[in-house]
Design a binder for this molecule. Structure first.
Ligand code: CA
Length: 249
């Protein structure tokens, strides 16, 4: 029996994502949440900066929408704290029209874009779509946070933390995403075009050099922290691609 074709409406709804709105003014948050939910987004609300940080780090969101003026912890501090902890999802900052300096300060703190209040819903949707296009598939909310393991290498995707034997490793965002992709596909060889699509969004958005630099950065950090009970390496499979190799242990 043939599968029924999904309607255009269903396709639209599946194309959206999961969002966290951090905003204390319910006169703004209420209508924005309802509008986003009508567009098919799943939206969580945090009403102060502390709750926002807790939710952002414990749940998986495609984009964060953070207001500048918040109780308990202001939006700028929240963005700075998240970025310092390695949080790499896109962040859209909401600022009031009178606070012109906040735009630059918000971007400096690590926000990807900002929107000036009052904004139209169409404007918000356009910014969100642009940010969602940048979300790499490995970090999408469609994947549940999990604990990944390859020999002595362990990754906690909810906290974006990697332990290698006794050592906690620090990676650049792309290195981390590449390692997560390789760990999720243990035993498989990933081609450069698959790596480009999954981490950079498309083969057209990345140069060969950027892929090489990311792979060699990942290799160096793994080699530098290699524990006694086994080694994890990123092997080149000539003419095919790359694979995670677990030796010893
Ligand atoms: Ca506010």
């Amino acid at each position: 029996m043939p599968h029924p074709m999904p309607s255009a409406d269903n396709l639209q709804r599946h194309a959206t994502g999961r969002l966290l709105l951090v905003e204390d003014e319910m006169t703004l948050a209420g209508p924005v949440m309802r509008g986003l939910e009508e567009e098919g987004y799943l939206v969580d609300l945090a009403q102060d900066g502390v709750e926002g940080e807790m939710l952002a780090l414990s749940e998986t969101y495609d984009v964060l929408l953070i207001d500048w003026r918040l109780p308990r912890m202001d939006g700028r501090t929240l963005v700075e704290r998240l970025r310092k902890q390695g949080y790499s999802q896109p962040i859209l900052m909401l600022t009031a029209l009178r606070d012109v300096d906040h735009k630059v300060a918000g971007l400096d703190a690590g926000a990807d874009d900002y929107l000036t209040k009052p904004f139209s819903f169409e404007e918000l949707m356009a910014r969100l779509r642009a940010l969602l296009r940048r979300v790499p598939q490995t970090a999408s909310a469609t994947l549940q946070p999990v604990h990944l393991k390859a020999g002595p290498l362990e990754m906690d995707t909810a906290r974006r933390r990697v332990r290698y034997g006794p050592t906690t490793l620090q990676f650049r965002t792309k290195e981390y995403q590449l390692l997560e992709l390789l760990m999720r596909h243990q035993g498989e060889v990933l081609s450069r075009s698959v790596i480009a699509e999954r981490i950079w969004g498309s083969v057209y958005d990345v140069t060969d050099n950027a892929i090489d630099v990311t792979i060699s950065g990942l290799r160096q950090k793994l080699a530098a922290a290699e524990p006694k009970d086994g080694a994890i390496t990123v092997e080149t499979v000539r003419g095919v691609g790359y694979a995670l190799h677990v030796a010893g242990g």
